[in-house]
Design a protein around this ligand. Structure first.
Ligand code: PEP
Ligand code: MG
Length: 890
């Protein structure tokens, strides 16, 4: 049986084919429309063209299949029969909307066309059938403008200009002052614009209109902005979008009509209160585009805000009551917070969309915990619900409540969090300045999908217009960027690149601070405080910890980082990069003396001075980590990071060593490497200069013994050898460490437990893991180097070209961020298997950056690693991701 390409919904449609409610087939919007229709909610009838058809169309060089044409014709007949109107009927026409709907929502990224089916004849029929000529002509001009922009590629600015001129001529200020004849005259204007731009008239054939719109929606999947959005959100390019064609209902049929967007709970705070905005006598795009400032849904929200225009609850009480009933039904049905679009046409409520609503991390946590208390979901589902990466938002500082605030204005609290930085007035500038390391706040009248790269680059977003559901607000919440929207006191002068906030004049580059939780905009940089991990966060983490199997450790080199990581729940150190301890200004000279020494004696002189410093470093760390395993990696310095460059560095070294500058420069020249990442680093240094690792091993053992003596509890040191390729390297260095251990134990008169193991970060090490495991008690996968060496891509140079690789779909994500499971993953799997075959109790972990990436963590669970290790701020993310991975595997 061939699979259906089109599914109808609403009316007496049969919604029983599971593919119709499968988001991968029907897209999120299509699946949910079918779902709502099947539980009896008021959904205007329509049909969904599958995502599979989009993929086929794009593959076939933008051509529709005959099957699709036949199926669309049949589906259209269903809609006509349900509504009782015919598409293209000059007397009483059916009008439709055409919208995109991918598997996951991509707000504002793809195209929509409303009022399709209007032409010079049907507009007359609409005027008669609706009894409202003004409405009919207004709808027609909106349609021409939208269709021309989206399908015909004509600059919508031309139409806006024509509208402005028409209003000016009449002396009107608002669109609402335009009468039927005024709109009719404007339609004539618009038709001239189209003919001039296109060289042919606006399409009058309604079927041509429909196929043009379908084509535009398919094509918009590959628009630049959609591609950027996909890259930022890790959405694969081969999913495609569905197309939803649906009978129009009108929110702009007078004072008993309205349109709105709503959430069943507050998406910013998670509070259990209906939340949303609506506009009387308007179409959907008026609400989200932020052109007219929408009004509150509930009386309580209006009163809290001190706003005047009536809430929907007060202005349209019957429709509101029906809406509230639908909200409750939807939450019970989906067991999640829903984001809804609705229209009221002459008093009757219609549901246009529902989907699981985007939310801030704070709201996600609160809703997950609340819904468990309400009995809607269980703890496992709560743990599954929260996106680990979103926790990042909560792990960052908030404004210090005690700090002084010079509040310039207060807008809408559209996306919470504190953000401070320099004002920039457009997205490109935001990206440029952020690229050179500046913190910026993007300030715009309103944002559009083209601004997405700038929003991403900015610390926070401030807009003069737009409501809580405007593009800026929705996108900022999704990205976790603080946002204040609708700050009417902000006025921007693009020409002089100045702005005014209330009575204060500012210019691009001046500093401001936003508080996205209160909507406050403040002058200058306001100090911040560290986050607290109590409340809902703590509750969810306790549930996650009960469900996960893998341990979570941290990558840390300082006692402060260790303390923070422990507060975040780290269960040990997975990687202490000792070379980072050598970067400190007070030590770098000693390290350089060691590296540049001509012989062993010279090196030993420098090492002797480094020993007490290293011992003190380890003692401080071990005091914080007492009782926990601590993987200490011996020195792994790509030499170029340590060699001196500046003349004054050479002069200082000459002073310290008594050697001449020329001699030192010659020595540095001898040590220069063409490929330092593949050069004299890692255990190669320990093999050629064993005295270095000897010093480090001694410092570790002396420190552990000292901490054991003073606190009674020692950590478990796991001494790790980097960049091992062969068993013999590890054997030589393990013997060295054992020798030092015995010497120290004899000197201090006590023994401690310890392990010696290796990183697996070279393909050869992975292949030979069975052999290597004979010498090592543990493996830690160094997936940064393993990725670099397996792909043959330099980790330091990759950034310059990898984004193009991701754009072209060569890699689904940057393989240095998210493990290349297909390729590098095989080596990890194979090494784990071979290591275990030799040594069944071998400890296995990962300490590359991938240890903090949820997708990579899921892979580690699958392979059965014992732990993952991540930087301190990522520890809670890793705990949650490890729990989700365990749930997925179970
Ligand atoms: C690795 O290579 O993955 C690793 C953790 O070591 P480093 O990043 O220090 O090279
Ligand atoms: Mg490495």
């Amino acid at each position: 049986m061939t699979l259906k390409t089109v599914y109808v919904f609403g009316g007496n449609a049969d919604h029983s084919d599971p593919r119709q409610k499968d988001k991968t087939v029907a897209g999120g919007k299509g699946a949910n429309l079918a779902e709502m229709a099947s539980i009896g909610l008021p959904v205007p009838p329509g049909f969904t063209i599958t995502t599979e058809e989009c993929v086929r169309y794009l593959q076939d060089g933008a051509d529709f299949s005959d099957d699709l044409r036949t199926a669309v014709a049949a589906a259209l007949t269903h809609v006509e029969a349900t509504v009782g109107k015919r598409f293209g009927d000059a007397a009483d026409p059916l009008l439709v909307s055409v919208r995109s709907g991918a598997r996951v929502s991509m707000p504002g990224m793809m195209d929509t066309v409303l009022n399709l089916g209007l032409n010079d004849a049907t507009v007359q029929g609409l005027a008669t059938s609706s009894g409202d000529a003004r409405f009919a002509w207004d709808s027609y001009r909106r349609f021409i403008q939208m269709y021309s922009d989206v399908v015909l590629g004509i600059d919508h600015g031309l139409f806006e200009e024509a509208l402005e001129i028409a209003k000016e001529d009449k002396g009107f200020y608002n669109d609402t002052e335009m009468a039927a004849e005024d709109w009719q005259a404007l339609v004539a204007e618009y038709n001239t614009i189209v003919a001039d731009e296109l060289g042919r008239p606006f399409p009058q054939d309604v079927h041509e209109q429909l196929w043009g719109a379908i084509r535009a929606v398919f094509d918009s999947w590959d628009s630049d902005r959609a591609k950027v959005y996909r890259r930022l959100n890790d959405i694969p390019g081969d999913w495609g979008t569905a197309v939803n064609v649906q009978a129009m209902v009108f929110g702009n049929m007078g004072e008993t009509s309205a349109t709105g967007v709503a959430f069943t709970r507050d998406p910013a705070t998670g509070n259990r209160a209906y939340y949303g905005e609506y506009l009387i006598n308007a179409q959907g795009e008026d609400v989200v585009a932020g052109i007219r400032t929408p009004q509150y849904l509930t009386k309580a929200a209006r009163e809290t805000a001190g706003a005047k225009p009536l809430s929907m609850e007060e202005a349209l009480p019957d429709a509101y009551a029906e809406l509230a009933r639908v909200f409750d039904l939807l939450e019970l049905h989906y067991k999640d917070m829903q984001d809804i679009e609705f229209t009221v046409e002459r008093g009757k409520l219609w549901m246009l969309q529902t989907r699981s609503g985007k939310r801030t991390a704070k709201a996600a946590l609160k809703m997950a915990v609340d819904m468990v208390a309400e009995g809607l979901i269980d703890e496992r589902e709560a743990v599954r619900r929260v996106d680990p990466m979103a926790l990042d938002q909560l792990l960052h500082p908030t404004l210090d409540p005690k700090a002084e605030r010079n509040v310039l204005t207060t807008g809408l609290p559209a996306s919470p969090g504190a953000a401070a930085g320099k004002i920039v007035l457009d997205a490109d500038t935001a990206e440029q300045w952020a690229g050179r390391g500046e913190k910026v706040i993007l300030v715009r009248v309103e944002t559009s999908p083209e601004d997405i790269h700038g929003m991403h680059a900015a610390q926070g977003i401030l807009t003069a217009r737009g409501g809580m559901t405007s593009h800026a607000a929705v996108v900022a919440r999704g990205m976790g960027r603080p946002c204040v929207s609708g700050a009417g006191a902000v006025s921007i002068d693009r020409a002089t690149r100045k702005l005014r906030i209330g009575s204060t004049e500012l210019k691009e580059g001046d500093a401001i601070t936003l508080d996205g939780a209160t909507g406050q905009v403040m002058l200058g940089i306001v100090p911040t405080v560290e986050p607290e991990l109590a409340g809902d966060f703590g509750t969810l983490m306790v549930w996650a910890d009960k469900l996960r199997r893998m341990k979570v450790r941290t990558n840390a080199e300082t006692p402060d980082d260790c303390r923070m990581a422990r507060q975040f729940g780290a269960e040990g150190i997975g990687l202490c990069r000792t070379e980072h301890m050598f970067f400190e200004a007070s030590r770098i000279s000693l390290v350089r003396q060691m590296i540049l020494a001509d012989d062993e004696a010279g090196r030993r002189r420098a090492l002797e001075q480094l020993l007490p410093e290293q011992r003190a470093d380890f003692t401080a760390i071990f005091e914080v980590m007492a009782g926990l395993p601590c993987t200490i990696r011996l020195l792994d310095p790509p030499l170029h990071e340590f060699l001196p460059h500046a003349d004054e560095d050479f002069a200082d070294l000459a002073d310290a060593t008594g050697l001449g500058v020329d001699h030192l420069k010659r020595r540095a020249g001898e040590l220069h490497e063409f490929n330092p990442m593949l050069g004299h680093r890692g255990c190669r240094l320990g093999i050629t200069y064993p005295e270095i690792y000897e010093m480090q091993a001694r410092a570790i053992f002396e420190a552990v013994c000292a901490v054991k003596a003073s606190s009674g509890e020692a950590p478990l040191p796991e001494i790790m050898i980097p960049l091992v390729a062969t068993k013999r390297e590890l054997a030589i260095l393990r013997a060295l460490i054992d020798r030092v251990a015995e010497a120290v134990f004899a000197e201090v008169g006590t023994r401690v437990e310890y392990l010696v193991g290796t990183m697996i970060e070279l393909p050869r090490a992975a292949l030979m893991a069975g052999d290597i495991a004979e010498e090592g008690a543990f493996f830690s996968f160094g997936t940064n180097d393993l990725t670099q060496t397996t792909l043959g891509v330099s980790r330091d140079d990759a950034a310059r070209f990898l984004s193009v690789y991701v754009d072209k779909g060569i890699f689904p994500r940057d393989p240095f961020v998210s493990l290349d499971i297909e390729g590098v993953g095989q080596l990890v799997e194979l090494a784990a298997e071979r290591g275990r075959a030799t040594r069944p109790d071998i400890k296995l972990g990962i300490c590359g950056e991938h240890g903090g990436d949820p997708a990579s963590i899921a892979f580690c669970e699958k392979v059965g690693l014992d732990y993952v290790s991540a930087s301190p701020y990522r520890v809670p993310i890793a705990r949650l991701a490890a729990a989700q991975a365990a749930l997925k595997k179970a």
